[in-house]
Structures are given as C-alpha cells and as structure tokens.
Design a protein around this ligand. Structure first.
Ligand SMILES: O=C(O)CCC(=O)C(=O)O
Length: 266
C-alpha cells in the first residue's frame, strides 16, 4: 500500500448548504469534526513531534523564515516563531488511519470530487507569545502549476484559535479571482502577496473544529499574542492524477519553500 493511501469510509459529513457556501466563498467552517477525546489523543501525538520524540528528518522548519530551514529535532524546540513540520504521516504512518485523515478525505470528496486523495499533511504551531503572523498568501503559489487546480486544505484546530492567538482569516470568493503575485519573506520563509484584514473575515474556532479552504483562497493569520497554544493539524487533498503528475516531477511538498507557480510570481 502506498504510504499516502487513506480510506474515507462512506461518511456524508456536509449538507447541501455547506457545500454551496464553500463553492461561493472558498472556505468553510466545520464545527466539531473530531470530538474532545480525539482532540486529546492528537494533542499527545503533536507534543511528541514538537518535543523531538519523533525524528522529523529535516521536515521541521520555522515558517517565519527567522531561522534556517533545516533545524533538526534535537536543537529546534523553543527557537522557532512558527513551527512547521511537513508530512507527519510519513514519519508516523498510523496517522493515516486516524480520524483527521479519514474525515477530511470524506469532506474533500464531498466538496471537490471522489478522485481526491491525500497529497501531503503538516503541523503548524504558534507557541504562546510568539507574535508572528503567517503572511497573506494563496497555497497554490507554493505548488507546481497543474492542469487541474482542484485542491483542498483541511485545517483542524487542536486548541481554541481566536484573533489574538492566530485564527485564520479568509478573503471570500478569492478562489475565483486571478492569482495575486507572490514573493518570499524572511530567510527562506513563507510566501506572501498583497492582502488585508479589511477585505477578509476572521474565523475563530474551538478545539476539534475544522476549516477547509480551496488552494486558491487568500488567507493569513495574526501572530499568537496570548499565553495559549495554537496548534493546527493540516491535511491537503487533490486529484490522484495531479498527485501522480507532481511525483513524476519529484515534487512531494518536502523541498524548500519558493514561488513554484509561475502565474503567482512577482
Ligand atoms: O496556520 C497558519 O497560520 C497558516 C496555515 C496555512 O497557511 C495553511 O494551512 O494553508
């Protein structure tokens, strides 16, 4: 079995109104995708990654660009402003069979089609008082330009996220607009483009809630200015045929950050 194989089961998680709203806005809040006990289970796993008990094999970096990319698990904790760990399910394949992967795959099928499959996953943590925003961007700027642009990111909160500890903000309908020009921030840090809170909506969440957004939806989050965690477990889905195209070009989302989609280049 391929390491990214996930089975969605036959769950219908969303109703027709939620699907309509996602198509119009390019994002959707799904309350309580996982229950409180499941959140606690994931928090334990997450801490194993953050504390370096799982060897993150060079897939851990500071999304802010304040540090060099390849901080290894023995030296990384506490120095990062935004901790990003790519492909956690490659490091711990049991994750593929747990609730987040199964339920998010089912959501992706309902929203964008039954041919969607897991492309990659990642953890993004904003530690208390780390005060560092994730700049405005569209995920598709990070990715190869593909003929089929269906792509879905499922952002599952393992902590309450509010405006002050870095909940997500989205520009409704931006997935239907032309891509904005992106550039890289910091030292090999996150990609960024023009965007502002004035054109966006903040989406505070509770632990266990999931927000999904289309790969072209413009989004951002403020820094964490509270004494409160902000851990997110993120899964990304796209058509299996597009994943095959990516892999044929040796692209699996673990390389360095850069503007890869020429449509989005400054
Ligand atoms: O968690 C964040 O602050 C940013 C997440 C993000 O940009 C994404 O999931 O695409």
């Amino acid at each position: 079995m391929d390491h990214t194989t996930v089975s969605a089961g036959h769950n219908e998680i969303l109703d027709a109104e939620q699907i309509r709203s996602f198509r119009e806005r390019g994002y959707l809040l799904i309350p309580a995708l996982i229950d409180a006990e499941t959140v606690r289970d994931y928090q334990i796993i997450y801490e194993d990654f953050l504390a370096g008990r799982v060897n993150t094999l060079g897939f851990r970096s500071d999304l802010s660009g304040a540090l060099e990319r390849d901080c290894d698990s023995s030296t990384a904790p506490a120095r990062e402003r935004i901790t990003q760990i790519m492909v956690p399910s490659r490091l711990q394949p049991a994750l593929l069979h747990k609730a987040i992967h199964r339920r998010c795959l089912a959501v992706s099928h309902q929203l964008l089609g039954d041919d969607l499959a897991l492309d990659f996953d990642m953890l993004i943590d904003k530690a208390p008082y780390s005060n560092t925003e994730t700049p405005w961007h569209q995920d598709s700027a990070y990715w190869l330009k593909l003929p089929d642009t269906r792509a879905l990111s499922c952002w599952v909160a393992l902590d309450a996220a509010s405006i002050d500890n870095g909940c997500m903000w989205y520009v409704a309908g931006s997935h239907l607009q032309p891509m904005r020009a992106h550039r890289q921030s910091g030292n090999k840090g996150a990609l960024t483009c023009a965007g502002s809170e004035g054109e966006a909506v903040a989406v505070p969440v509770n632990p266990g809630d999931c927000i999904v957004h289309h790969g072209n939806t413009l989004h951002y989050s403020r820094g964490n200015s509270l004494n409160q965690r902000r851990r997110a477990f993120i899964t990304n889905f796209r058509p299996q045929a597009m994943i095959d195209l990516e892999r044929q070009q040796n692209y699996d989302h673990t390389g360095g950050r850069s503007v890869k989609n020429s449509k989005a280049r400054d």
